[in-house]
Design a protein around this ligand. Structure first.
Ligand SMILES: [Zn+2]
Length: 101
């Protein structure tokens, strides 16, 4: 079913299936009218349609943010928090769990 939720929109039929009523609707990324194909629909819980270029920009920003999180520039040290709720049994870590529980 996941394949049906990620949709590249290249014609009016696709647009109707994505529930876009008008190309005057705004792209949630750049706040400009959708206006032109191709568009792309996200698979977030809230259905959004973006310009394909905006979706690419958004994905790139997420990747950069993730990279910065795992490899922060000096003088910042990487911050990792690998913890589990103490009430949850550790099924996967077993005796090798990081928190020793
Ligand atoms: Zn846009």
């Amino acid at each position: 079913m996941r394949e049906e939720r990620v949709m590249l929109i290249v014609n009016d039929d696709h647009l109707r299936r994505a529930r876009v009523k008008s190309l005057d609707e705004w792209c949630p990324y750049c706040s400009k009218a959708l206006a032109a194909y191709p568009l792309i629909m996200s698979d977030e819980s809230e259905q959004n349609v973006y310009h394909a270029a905006c979706a690419l920009q958004l994905a790139t920003e997420i990747l950069v943010d993730l990279f910065t999180f795992f490899h922060p520039p000096a003088p910042y040290a990487p911050l990792f928090m690998l913890t589990q709720p103490s009430s949850a049994p550790n099924r996967e870590g077993g005796d090798y769990a990081l928190n020793g529980s």
